[in-house]
Design a binder for this molecule. Structure first.
Ligand SMILES: [Fe+2]
Length: 167
């Protein structure tokens, strides 16, 4: 796949200036790109189901870590942010169920929706909280160490993670 053809290209503009969060956002972009390829090439159900599982699991862990960070920093717009996360999880959940249980295909419109949602969420709500934390002088170091350790525990414990990483 050449650069021009990448479905979702990470841009430096998307950085929220918190390394662990940027790394996690990049991984979400990777998983979405992997899903796009699998759908385009009509890969089998088990490949697509594995990627959907990775996407759901990674998104949930990422959201809960972000929410913990905002809670620790006593961020004032935490509730509205959690609500955005909840709505996306609901969407992802229904996409996965439709695919796995009702055997409905995944449409490119849905992939575009996820891409747009993630980009707008990063550039909107995520930028807002990271700017607020910076302004308040909140140090993210301790949170970052814990978050990275939790994320590696999660990915190491899943054998499908290795499968989709190798694909
Ligand atoms: Fe977020």
């Amino acid at each position: 796949m050449s650069n021009e053809e990448v479905f979702f290209k990470w841009l430096p503009d998307y950085s929220v200036h918190i390394q662990a969060i940027d790394d996690q956002h990049k991984e979400l972009v990777n998983i979405l790109n992997r899903l796009f390829i699998a759908v385009s090439k009509r890969e089998g159900d088990s490949a697509i189901a594995g990627i959907l599982d990775a996407l759901m699991c990674y998104t949930q862990t990422h959201f809960s870590q972000e929410e913990r960070l905002m809670r620790e920093a006593k961020y004032k717009d935490l509730d509205a942010h959690i609500e955005e996360h909840r709505k996306l999880i609901e969407k992802l959940d229904s996409l996965t169920k439709k695919y796995l249980l009702e055997e409905k295909p995944i449409y490119f419109e849905m992939l575009s929706f996820l891409k747009t949602w993630l980009r707008e969420h990063i550039q909107g709500a995520d930028m807002k909280y990271s700017a607020a934390l910076r302004q308040a002088g909140f140090a993210v170091d301790d949170w970052e160490i814990e978050a990275s350790a939790e994320m590696s525990r999660m990915t190491n414990s899943k054998s499908w993670w290795k499968v989709w990483k190798a694909a």
